[in-house]
Design a protein around this ligand. Structure first.
Ligand SMILES: O=C[C@H](O)[C@H](O)[C@H](O)COP(=O)(O)O
Length: 248
C-alpha cells in the first residue's frame, strides 16, 4: 500500500481536481494561493501543452504568488476587476469541515481568494489529508486569519478577545521582516483562535461587523467540492450535496 508524504498528497488532490473539474471550454479560471495550488497550475500547464485546455483561457490570480505562477506557467493573465464572472476557481485551504466550510488565509491571501471564489460559478478546494476536519478550529489552531486595516489592529484584537477569542495575534514577518506581515492589499493579518468553532456562520458574520475588518478567513457555503489527497494514495472527494467519493 502506498504511503504518501504531504507534498505527494497535495499533488494527487490537485491533479484529480483539475482532471475532474476543469471545463473543456473554460474561458476564465481562478487560481488560488498557497503550496497546493502550485500543483493545480502544474497540471494545467501539462494539459495545455497536450491541447486539452484551450490556449485562450484566461487565468485570474488571488495575489502576488498566484500571479507569478500564472505568468511563469505561460498562461494568459487576467484581473478580477476585468473578469467578474469565472467558470471555476481552484484553491487550497487550511481546514475544511464536513459542510465544506473552510478556514483560509494561512498565507495571508484571504481577501482576494474570497473575491475570486465569490465570482466563480464553481469553487473547488484542494488539500492534503491534514485539512480534512470534523469541525473548524480543531486542526488549524493558529487561529482564523482576519485581514484588518493597519490603523485598526489594536482595537480589532480587543474586540475579538471580547467576542471569545482565546488568542488574537498580529501576524509578524519573523526573521524575514521586522514588524507585521503586510498583505497584497497593504493590510495586516490578525490570527484569532476560538477553539472548536461551534457556529462558523455566526462567527464569520460577527467578525465581519467589526470596524477595520476587511475580510475574514472563514469561507462559508462557498465550496462546491473539496479534494483531499490521502496517505494511502486515494483521494477523498467531498461535495456540497453531502456526497463523498473515495477515488482509489
Ligand atoms: O492565504 C493562503 C491561502 O488561504 C491558502 O490557500 C491556504 O493557506 C492553504 O495553503 P496550502 O495549500 O499551502 O496548505
Amino acid at each position: 500500500m502506498a504511503s504518501l508524504g504531504v507534498e505527494d498528497a497535495k499533488r494527487l488532490a490537485a491533479y484529480t481536481a483539475i482532471d475532474t473539474h476543469f471545463p473543456p471550454n473554460a474561458k476564465v479560471v481562478g487560481i488560488g494561493s498557497g503550496s497546493t495550488v502550485v500543483y493545480c497550475v502544474e497540471r494545467i500547464v501539462q494539459k495545455r501543452a497536450k491541447g486539452e485546455i484551450p490556449a485562450d483561457t484566461v487565468f485570474i490570480p488571488t495575489g502576488f504568488q498566484s500571479k507569478e505562477l500564472i505568468i511563469h506557467g505561460g498562461l494568459n493573465l487576467g484581473a478580477i476587476d476585468g473578469y467578474p464572472v469565472l467558470d471555476v476557481a481552484f484553491d487550497g485551504a487550511d481546514e475544511v469541515d464536513p459542510a465544506l466550510n473552510c478556514i483560509k488565509g494561512g498565507g495571508a491571501c484571504l481577501f482576494q481568494e474570497k473575491l475570486v471564489a465569490q465570482c466563480a460559478k464553481k469553487f473547488i478546494v484542494v488539500a492534503d489529508f491534514r485539512k480534512n476536519s470534523t469541525a473548524l478550529g480543531l486542526q488549524w489552531v493558529q487561529g482564523v486569519p482576519i485581514e484588518v486595516v493597519p490603523l485598526a489592529h489594536a482595537r480589532v484584537r480587543q474586540d475579538l478577545l471580547q467576542m471569545g477569542a482565546l488568542t488574537a495575534t498580529l501576524r509578524l514577518g519573523g526573521i524575514a521582516k521586522a514588524g507585521p506581515v503586510i498583505t497584497d492589499n497593504c493590510n495586516v493579518i490578525i490570527d484569532a483562535h476560538f477553539g472548536q468553532i461551534a457556529d462558523p456562520v455566526i462567527l464569520a458574520q460577527n467578525i465581519k461587523m467589526l470596524v477595520g475588518v476587511v475580510e475574514v478567513g472563514l469561507f462559508i457555503n462557498m465550496a462546491d467540492a473539496a479534494y483531499f489527497g490521502n496517505e494511502n494514495g486515494s483521494v477523498t472527494a467531498k461535495f456540497s450535496t453531502g456526497e463523498i467519493n473515495m477515488i482509489e
